[in-house]
Ligand binder design. Structure first.
Ligand code: GDP
Ligand code: IMO
Ligand code: MG
Length: 421
């Protein structure tokens, strides 16, 4: 069996957690391959709302293994909290959670560096979640990272930890930061001890063996394609490859083993943090989407910027990922709007283009198509035929213009509010 992939096609928060939870019964293994606690993946079932940051979103299904792959960066303090919360609502993490020995640890000093770097950037700040993601991945390429596999050899662990920490302290002192972080360190080492009771594996061997044994595997993306370190709106991006290529390096599989690619797209767009956002709405429609869609960050609580669906950006993400099927979420949020706009081209340097330009801030005008909206509350619709004709047309429009079929439509946050198309 090949590894299917499910990832976000916009700037994150497309509803990945919800959809992974819905389709988990089809899979033996759900694996996160990149990112870390900057992610906030929300699941809702039986009246419970749950937000996961590091743990894959299949964890609430008893018969599924959930793997944190080598490409993920883990903050032990956050993972410990997450585990305790998931256990409270019945998840069997001792059995169903596996952590790669090659996943990297986010150190307390990474979090501090993230904050200091952002403060220094002032109005040019990225709008990072301040979870230490950028500084942690920096250490990976600088070859001074501490991996989860190091925690079982205490001498080597402390040596590697101190080496990275003293490097960070030199940088921090250069920024005139001299505060102690002893308390945070204590919590961190306690959390590392706590994690030792869970299963650590050589995940690249585990995944490839599972492929041989014909296990079904889903790779769960974090963030979104437009936040990719190579192809996103750089420098306003995260520090990992959020696109499909990240699956190979983040799990240790050959590109030949990548199966179906499912791309999740919100029926409109959101972005949290700084950076260009061509279709952003700063008017009352933007506020309508934010209020109706509860568009506030799952990790930081920050209000999300909202805007119209952007086909130029969507087609770019589809191209980068080789998307086989689309999954459209939050269609219910659009109910009540008279007209829906969709960006189909940009004007750059006086010319109309349907290509993503190198610099999104060079866009001087957006060309929109307009489609009629619908009034009906669709959150209780359970069949495609019950949906208003205008929504049928909106979905058809997306599918025809991207050349990709839509597999699922989400009409509310709950597991049950999902329609197969
Ligand atoms: P993720 O990071 O991609 O997993 O997405 P988030 O969990 O950060 O944000 C998506 C938000 O929308 C969460 O609050 C979900 O509960 C919610 N959500 C997901 N799908 C739908 C939907 O179809 N309709 C509505 N109204 N909310 C949804
Ligand atoms: P999920 O998985 C939305 C954004 C931040 C910031 C930029 C860099 O829930 O979709 P970082 O902390 O990575 O240094 O922040 O990326 N960002 C996200 N936006 N959803 C996410 O994850 C995000 N993870 C990071 O807001 O603009
Ligand atoms: Mg999120």
């Amino acid at each position: 069996m090949k590894v299917d992939v499910l990832l976000g096609l916009q700037w994150g928060d497309e509803g990945k957690g919800k959809i992974v939870d819905v389709i988990t019964p089809k899979y033996d293994i759900i694996a996160r391959f990149q990112g870390g606690p900057n992610a906030g993946h929300t699941l809702e079932f039986n009246g419970i709302k749950h937000v996961l940051h590091t743990i894959p979103s299949g964890i609430f299904h008893d018969n599924t293994v959930n793997l944190i792959g080598n490409g993920v960066v883990i903050d032990p303090i956050i993972l410990k909290k997450e585990i305790l919360e998931a256990q409270k609502i019945g998840a069997n993490l001792k059995e169903n959670l596996l952590i790669s020995n090659k996943a990297q640890l986010i150190l307390p000093s990474h979090r501090i560096l993230d904050k200091v770097y952002e403060e220094t950037k002032a109005e040019k700040k990225i709008g990072s979640t301040l979870k230490g993601i950028g500084p942690a991945y920096t250490d990976k390429t600088a070859r001074i990272a501490v991996k989860t596999g190091d925690i079982f050899d205490s001498k080597c662990f402390i040596e590697k930890y101190n080496n990275a920490k003293s490097h960070h302290i030199k940088i921090l002192n250069g920024y005139n930061y001299f505060e102690s972080f002893d308390e945070l360190e204590k919590q961190w080492f306690d959390a590392v001890e706590f994690l030792k009771q869970f299963k650590f594996v050589n995940s690249e061997n585990y995944v490839n063996q599972a492929i041989k044994l014909k296990k079904s595997i889903l790779a769960e993306g974090a963030q979104g394609s437009l936040l990719d370190i190579d192809f996103g709106s750089y420098p306003y991006v995260t520090s990992s490859n959020t696109t499909c290529s990240g699956v190979c390096t983040g799990l240790g599989i050959s590109p030949k083993k990548v199966g179906k690619v499912y791309g999740i797209v919100k029926a409109y767009c959101t972005r949290v943090g700084s950076g260009p956002f061509p279709t952003e709405l700063t008017d009352e429609i933007g506020q309508y989407l934010r209020d109706k869609g509860h568009e506030y960050g799952s990790t930081t609580g920050r209000p999300r910027r909202c805007g119209w669906l952007d086909l130029v950006a969507l087609k770019y993400s589809i191209m980068l990922n080789g998307v086989d099927k689309l999954i459209v979420t939050k269609a219910d949020v659009l109910s009540g709007l008279d007209t829906l706009k969709v960006a189909v081209a940009y004007k750059v340097n006086g010319e109309i283009t349907t290509e993503m330009p190198y610099d999104l801030s060079s866009i001087s005008e957006i060309i929109y198509d307009e489609l009629p909206g619908w009034k009906k509350d669709i959150s209780k619709c359970s069949k495609f035929e019950e949906l208003p004709v205008e929504l049928h047309n909106y979905l058809k429009y997306i599918s025809v213009n991207t050349g990709v079929k839509i597999k699922y439509l989400s009409v509310g946050p709950d597991r049950s509010q999902t329609l197969k198309i």
